[in-house]
Design a protein around this ligand. Structure first.
Ligand SMILES: Nc1ncnc2c1ncn2[C@@H]1O[C@H](COP(=O)(O)OP(=O)(O)OP(=O)(O)O)[C@@H](O)[C@H]1O
Length: 130
């Protein structure tokens, strides 16, 4: 599988900076305590989702951090599509994308942590078990 290492929009002359920020892999490791298993809050098609604290400028933000897993059904195309879409869309009913990290094979999405999303997952799982 081949991976893109830069945001497609960065090569475009019409690119205008988005509030969505690019993080280094070291910043992601720091935020997730090097992907500590105790911080895993969910798992989706992309891979595991970790809860972490990411530093954005002067502010520490409560974040949900999705790391693309090797063997994930979703890949580079979906990764960049998610960044493109959520960078341009801001709505109270949509989860906010804080930023992303693309470093070699590592692809990570950083969202605002939504406590209700975990609660919803617990309710859905309980209903499935009934
Ligand atoms: N922003 C968030 N805040 C809190 N928890 C989150 C957030 N994003 C994801 N999660 C948790 O991680 C789980 C997996 O989320 P994810 O979006 O990766 O999977 P999904 O909803 O099944 O989507 P897909 O399979 O299309 O990637 C969610 O069910 C939720 O528990």
């Amino acid at each position: 599988m081949s991976f893109r290492t830069s945001h497609p929009a960065e090569s475009s002359s019409s690119y205008s900076p988005q509030p969505c920020r690019q993080f280094t892999f070291s910043e992601i490791q720091l935020a997730t305590q090097n992907f500590d298993e105790s911080l895993v809050i969910g798992r989706g098609g992309f891979g595991k989702v970790y809860r972490g604290t990411i530093t954005y400028g002067e502010t520490d933000l409560d974040a949900a951090i999705k790391r693309l897993e090797s063997g994930s059904t979703q890949g580079a195309v979906e990764f960049w599509a998610e960044i493109e879409m959520l960078s341009n869309l801001r709505h109270c009913h949509l989860v906010s994308l804080i930023g992303y990290c693309s470093d070699g094979q590592e692809m990570v999405l950083v969202y605002e942590h939504m406590p209700n999303m975990e609660l919803l997952q617990i309710v859905c799982t309980s209903v499935e078990l009934l």
